[in-house]
Design a protein around this ligand. Structure first.
Ligand code: SUG
Length: 447
């Protein structure tokens, strides 16, 4: 196999809770104010990472961010020492404190868009942190995301880091959740598929009516330019506005691709037939491209949203077969589990299904695929990655001990004002930045 794909999973932060912050993401709205369990959430994520590492995949860990985010509270006029800032925010604006305490950076599929060196004009791996400007609680992520990525991929010979796109709705960018790369092998040039929800400068185009389209065409085009991608290896596809209105807030809730397989729902795209024909022609015919379309009669859009059938990870195992890493919600739905069982017998590269319990994340609308950022790289590039963020037996043990020591197993909105929570989180992140050898990536460490 030439090249690797490494999944960098977001480690769930200590303030994980259910705040109902994401209009258009129905799980987030529905579970608002449920009691969360940050310790269990972090452990569920770690188990998934370890399982993939044990299957022979390369697996990385992406550090969480400091929350509540006191610097933003100060920016918004709260004064005094840190505890008094939080106490005032809770008293006058609990929703604001909750938004600024969200552990949403766990969904690293939204952290950035990444183009591997095989696709870029200068032969380096390109990263652009997503501005996530459609949701206030997520719009504050990119600064620390960029610092964490710079600490993980810190070698300018191989890695290029771009500044996030302009902080405006016209350039709404949600990162890799709307970006899929198809290729014969990870080290070979591939076709990068950008799925957008609306065109900011073209009001004649169809757009959803009920829920927001978070990704703009203009953002996707800017990223393709910045990453030095060639036009004949890029496809832009508009997401079907009707599915956004049903709760498909990112393309990765309705489609997933890996190497020469694209697995998607019949209703995922606008102009599906012509766009998929363009994809086929740009992919070429040296390697067969498997377009696995799931019809309404097999699985409805509603079932796909409820079970996250497409927010699965499609991975290539060391022997070349592909496996689907699915949430247990897929196993528990009779039609979806029957579909998956049948899919592995169909003669496509997908031969196995593995179920994982990531319920703590699912209840906020984040499945297995939301929790990971994929980076395809060569052996040489992999050697240049900060080795402390790569999963090993020892790191798994140490991160579980770290979670056990610092995380709570019950968290409600009221707890967010507890001064002890701020101290616990900072102490935890300080310790984590040493375990992962990240340096001072957090504001509280930088003074
Ligand atoms: O941006 N949920 C996230 C879920 C992101 C899922 N990512 C991908 N599909 N790649 C979002 O909507 C909910 C937070 C809350 O309500 O507490 C939230 O931010």
């Amino acid at each position: 196999m030439s090249g690797y794909e490494i999944n960098f999973d977001g480690l769930v932060g200590p303030t994980h809770h259910y705040a109902g912050l994401s209009f258009g993401n129905e799980a987030s709205t529905k579970n608002r104010n449920n009691v969360s369990n940050p310790k269990l959430a972090a452990k569920q994520g770690l188990l998934k990472m370890k399982a993939l590492a044990d299957m022979g995949l390369k697996q990385g860990v992406f550090a969480p961010q400091e929350r509540p985010h006191v610097p933003t509270l100060r920016k918004l006029g709260f004064r005094g020492d840190d505890h008094s800032v939080i106490e005032q925010a809770m008293r006058t604006s609990p929703e604001l404190l909750s938004a600024l305490s969200s552990a949403s950076c766990m969904w690293t599929a939204n952290a950035a868009t990444v183009s591997p060196s095989a696709d870029s004009a200068d032969g380096r791996v390109h990263f652009t942190a997503a501005n996530l400007n459609n949701k206030f609680h997520r719009s504050i992520e990119h600064e620390t995301t960029s610092r964490v990525m710079a600490a993980m991929f810190n070698d300018a010979r191989y890695f290029v880091h771009h500044t996030h796109l302009p902080d405006n709705d016209h350039f709404g960018d949600e990162g890799a959740a709307n970006h899929t790369r198809l290729c014969a092998d990870y080290g070979q040039p591939g076709v990068e598929v950008f799925v957008f929800g609306r065109a900011a400068f073209d009001s004649a185009r169809l757009a959803p009516r009920k829920y927001p389209a978070r990704q703009s065409l203009e953002a996707s085009q800017a990223i393709a330019r910045m990453h030095g991608l060639s036009d004949d290896k890029v496809v832009y596809i508009q997401q079907n506005p009707a599915v956004i209105d049903q709760g498909v807030f990112h393309n990765d809730v309705i489609a997933v691709g890996n190497q020469n397989v694209l697995f998607y729902h019949q209703q995922a795209f606008l102009d599906s037939a012509s766009k998929l024909a363009e994809l086929k022609s740009k992919f070429g015919d040296e390697t067969p491209l498997h377009l696995i379309e799931v019809s309404d009669s097999e699985v409805t859009v509603q079932q796909a949203i409820q079970t996250y059938l497409f927010n699965t990870q499609l991975i290539t195992l060391p022997d070349g077969d592909m496996a689907i890493i699915a949430p247990t919600e897929c196993r528990d739905n009779p039609s979806v589990s029957a579909y998956l069982a049948e899919l592995t017998e169909r003669g496509t590269p997908i031969r196995q299904v593995h179920y994982h319990d990531v319920k703590q994340s699912m209840q906020n609308g984040g499945g297995p695929a939301c929790l990971r950022l994929r980076v395809a790289m060569s052996e040489q590039e992999k050697q240049a990655v900060n080795p402390h963020v790569l999963m090993t037996d020892a790191l798994f043990i140490s991160l579980n001990q770290w979670v056990e020591r610092y995380y709570r197993d019950v968290l409600t909105e009221q707890d967010l004002a507890d001064p002890a929570l701020l101290e616990e989180s900072r102490t935890a992140l300080d310790a984590l930045s040493q375990i992962l050898n990240l340096g001072s990536v957090y504001q509280f460490q930088r003074g």
